[in-house]
Write a protein that binds this ligand. Sequence first.
Ligand code: NCD
Length: 363
Amino acid sequence: MKHLIDPTDLTKEETEEIIDLALDIIDHPENYAEACKGKKLATLFYEPSTRTRLSFTAAMMELGGNVLGFSDAQNSSVSKGETCADTTKVINCFADIIAMRHFEEGAALVSAMNSRIPVINAGDGSHAHPTQTLTDLLTIKREIGRFDNLTIGFCGDLKFGRTVHSLIKALSRYEGVKVVLIAPEQLRLPDYMKKEVCDVNGIPYKEVTTLEEVMPELDVLYMTRVQKERFFDEDEFDRVKDCFILDSEKLSTAKPGMRILHPLPRVNEITVDVDADPRAAYFRQVENGKNVRKALILKLLEWADKKDRETTLVPADAVRNQHVCRNPRCISNMEVNVDSLFRPATDHPGEWRCVYCESKAKN
Ligand code: NCD
């Protein structure tokens, strides 16, 4: 069974196959109008969403398929205490493919472990968001034309920004990629991303605290929202909420071919005067999101029964119930009947990382 929980569940070739299919769908949407006739997508959204849920819905409708699901966990049996595993087993009786968004890190993985149909992670807490990554890659492909030799600046909430984590993982497989991290001290990229993703893949990165000092060197500027809902402490949020605001003046030193991406929603981090600049690609990015999700649904349904397309959900060297995750929002700490699973850390011999959320074990 092929699932998409983490961007690296797709090989580089499979990722590009999906991007190429999305490009063909954009050119010839009529050829795909009945491609999912008789198929059902279940959208299980435990957390707010506009673009991701509705683009999945629009994608399935445009493929001639049907959609069922919930957009508020309070209206489902979750409010009665049902686990992710049980909900998944139930939905397996009704649908052909699942897209799940959840506030707990690792939820989509637990769902996939309990599913006979493909599961797509539509965002798990602050951990990963691989379909936004496919959206971002398609946008970069259409706007810039390449993934190699890109200098990409990530600005804002790099700590909790799951879209940032997943895009860096996907781009770390390309040659000549340089990452510029623009964030206040409190919102820096997590350690595992710097060590296991950037260092292990030889991706150079630098950390800066102003946009101005790096603007002229960027090919892509990936802006993000400071995510109030992920903070444990409101005062901490108030201190950083207005840390970066991109306006037309700051853009004056950017390359003419540079592109601004943003997963949206925006709060105040990009002023509306920037929208008219041809470099602002974030609304075109939304359209790409629908088309790449059409391609993804088609490919996952096609690969569902292929033996050579198996997703490795639990690494062979993982250990079960020997450590406890230090992340309070990890599904292994939030739900009953979820075994703890840890794999050896690749950046640090002797240390263990949680298979669900990649945090370290409690000592
Ligand atoms: C992002 C998300 O949900 O992670 N939005 C999206 O999916 N387009 C970013 C955010 O919420 O700030």
